[in-house]
Design a protein around this ligand. Structure first.
Ligand SMILES: C[S@@+](CC[C@H](N)C(=O)[O-])C[C@H]1O[C@@H](n2cnc3c(N)ncnc32)[C@H](O)[C@@H]1O
Length: 388
């Protein structure tokens, strides 16, 4: 069991034992936090050697001695030799210094070998034939940004590739939506920068987020930009990639399970159904709904549509949607508090207000909406009035 902690290490003495690339990443992220780093290793991987002149870093070119722990608040253990690991861990235990050990730290040489085939591949090129993609090693170069789609919130819906990049990241720039609760577990070694935007209260502007990505990458860190759902579905991922590239920072994108499809599915709604619909449109409710043509047999999926639900429903009816078109609003999909509200286009605003429906929610308009789990269907205004 581990207990996640956010520590302010500025000006604190931290010991790093080991000379491989994991120790290098650790050292870089500690220096970025203004920690005072003592690095103990008889030999250094190239990526660490480059850091030895950094202010705040002192390299002790030798094996670990228990006295190295004197004055340290924390020790990070990045050595592969099990005897050495035990020796450091025991010495730390005796002195009551917190010791954080990675699982299997490769030494400088071995690590160089394992990373080499990947580091030489330009990010922008197609690297392997389509049928070999799943076998491609998952790595991220220091000084680059990986946009990772986190899915709708359930950690089981985060891709394997996304998990691997999170586990290796030095810094994670995270949104509010997605599997954020489990971040300390998924990314035990990374510093987490929460840029989650809340409606009406934007802690970080998009410009500031873009700049943060570039700043962190330019420190030589592996930066993961974790976004809810898929980075390229109303996630501003395109803008972030363009900004990074314009500033000379290489990027990669790991798609995610988009809430547009997965949240309706969580409520029992297939966005297409052979007998009912033959296609779907995903649109933000901010866009001009008047321009959406009504087509029977087509599903409309509205994102970010809770606040203007009544107006949106009116616009759709003005565009030709029958008033009795089924509508389902699925709040907080794939989380323990998921809730679905089902009504018709002409009653949904009333019903949603009565149920105090809030964002985030995905709104499904069309015949498939009626397939939502029955337990979530609730009475329309007339029945509710009678009850009240
Ligand atoms: C800025 S968009 C991001 C969409 C994201 N890139 C994706 O592919 O799912 C945010 C909107 O996604 C929807 N959303 C994301 N996660 C959700 C969830 N777990 N439950 C319901 N709606 C969700 C809501 O409509 C929310 O307002």
């Amino acid at each position: 069991m581990t207990y996640p902690l956010g520590l302010n290490l500025a000006g604190r003495a931290v010991l790093v034992v080991g000379g491989g690339p994991d120790a290098a990443r650790r050292t870089r992220s500690l220096l970025a936090e203004a920690a005072l780093v003592d690095l103990v290793a008889p030999d250094l991987h190239d990526t660490l050697r480059d850091l030895t002149s950094s202010p705040g870093l002192t390299w002790h070119e030798r094996a670990f001695r228990p006295g190295d722990l004197d004055g340290a608040w924390l020790v990070f253990l990045h050595v592969s030799d099990s005897g050495e690991r035990e020796r450091v861990a025991l010495a730390a235990e005796e002195r009551r210094v917190l010791c954080v050990a990675d699982d299997a730290a490769p030494g400088p040489d071995r690590a160089a070998d394992t990373r080499a085939p990947v580091t030489q591949v330009p990010v922008t090129e197609t690297r392997v034939a389509q049928d070999q993609v799943s076998q491609a090693p998952v790595t991220q170069e220091p000084g680059t940004v990986a946009l990772v789609g986190g899915g709708p919130g359930d950690p089981g819906l985060l891709t394997v590739r996304g998990r691997q990049l999170l586990a290796d990241a030095d810094v994670i720039v995270a949104d509010r939506l997605g599997p954020t609760d489990l971040l300390p577990e998924l990314a035990r070694h990374a510093r987490i920068i929460d840029v989650g935007k809340r409606a009406g209260y934007h802690k970080y502007t998009q410009d500031r987020i873009n700049e943060t990505l570039v700043e962190q990458a330019k420190l030589g860190l592996r930066v993961v930009r974790l976004k809810g759902g898929d980075p390229y579905v109303f996630g501003r991922g395109g803008e972030e990639v363009e900004f990074c590239r314009a500033h000379g920072v290489a990027t990669q994108v790991v798609p995610g399970v988009t809430s547009a499809i997965s949240v309706p599915a969580a409520a029992g709604i297939p966005v297409t159904h052979r007998d009912m619909t033959h296609g779907f449109t995903v649109i933000t409710a901010h866009q001009h709904l008047r321009r959406v043509p009504y087509r029977d047999g087509h599903t409309l999926i509205l994102m970010m549509g809770v606040r203007g639900l009544g107006r949106n429903a009116e616009l759709l009816m003005a565009a030709g949607y029958p008033a009795d078109t089924p509508v389902a609003v699925v709040e907080r999909g794939w989380t323990p508090t998921q809730r679905t509200t089902v009504a018709q286009l002409d009653t949904i605003a009333y019903v949603a207000r009565a149920r105090e429906v809030t964002a985030p929610a995905v709104i499904v308009v069309g015949r498939v909406a009626a397939l939502a789990h029955e337990s979530s269907a609730i009475p329309g205004p007339q029945e509710s009035d009678q009850e009240g």
